[in-house]
Design a protein around this ligand. Structure first.
Ligand code: IPE
Ligand code: IPE
Ligand code: MG
Length: 250
């Protein structure tokens, strides 16, 4: 067990690519959907832990734009699971002051799923606790294209001068406009890629790849990852010595 009291610095924004559900089930000779069921339970547990630890922003990659290429039967189970878990966990979410936000191309989703998501967003809009963002039908490159198009439209209408467009302008036009940049990005299942997740927002994120398959990812694994984050030195281009001087100056 990792002693969380040892942590001096928590990441402000944690993003997780929850990967490995299918392999976890296949390893046990079960259908892939079995892994998705367990994966939802683990996601709920990690949200609760982030809340208990006082992490302000947590973003979970729940379903990618490319996941639409999967068999229809698997997609349908994932969608039903997402809806049901959001509905069933709802009272607890209300009680714990989690604010739920959804990013992605939501018009790809069925009306039923859209309604559940809209409802939960609306009902938690004024919550002041953990800000939980669910990435559903999300793809980072597409998000950047979308932002570019709306900036160009505004520039053509005269709302922006080309010279005034900067990083903040891009930020304001992404789905994540209300979120800080990602500090810590975790991916489970041993894969070491970003799979089109928060590419812009993770420009300076610390990356952590865990071999554990998502359904096996425990609170203790989460603590270990956070502990590792705590030992990283984020230099942002400066020297290690400069960073140490900065710390001592505080
Ligand atoms: C992640 O697990 C969940 C989703 C992508 C929805 P996978 O379903 O990708 O599991 P693996 O990677 O095939 O094991
Ligand atoms: C990324 O996992 C998407 C989610 C975890 C929701 P994938 O399993 O879809 O990614 P690839 O295909 O292995 O890159
Ligand atoms: Mg996968």
């Amino acid at each position: 067990m990792i002693d969380m009291m040892q942590l001096t610095e928590l990441p402000r924004h944690v993003a997780i690519i929850m990967d490995g559900n299918g392999r976890w089930a296949e390893k046990m000779g079960k259908p892939r959907i079995y892994g998705h069921h367990k994966g939802v339970d683990v996601a709920i547990e990690i949200v609760q832990e982030a809340l208990d630890l006082g992490i302000p922003y947590l973003t979970l990659f729940a379903f990618s734009k490319d996941n639409w290429k999967r068999p229809k039967s698997e997609i349908s189970v994932i969608m039903t699971l997402m809806m049901n878990s959001l509905k069933s966990e709802f009272q607890r979410i209300i009680d714990s002051q989690v604010k739920i936000n959804v990013i992605g191309n939501l018009s790809d989703l069925s009306h039923e799923v859209q309604e559940v998501l809209e409802d939960i967003k609306h009902r938690t809009a004024n919550h002041k606790g953990l800000q939980l963002t669910l990435a559903i039908s999300y793809e980072s490159r597409e998000e950047i294209v979308m932002a570019t198009k709306s900036i160009i439209k505004k520039a053509l209408l005269g709302d922006y001068k080309i010279e005034e467009i900067n990083q903040d302008t891009i930020n304001q036009h992404l789905y994540t406009s209300s979120l800080p940049y990602v500090d810590f990005l975790i991916r489970t299942s041993g894969e070491q890629r970003l799979s089109n997740f928060l590419l812009w927002q993770s420009g300076y994120a610390e990356l952590f790849f865990d071999d554990t398959l998502w359904p096996d990812f425990s609170k203790d694994d989460f603590h270990k990852a956070l502990n590792e984050y705590n030992n990283r030195e984020r230099r942002y281009g400066k020297t290690g010595q400069q960073i140490k001087q900065q710390i001592f100056a505080v």
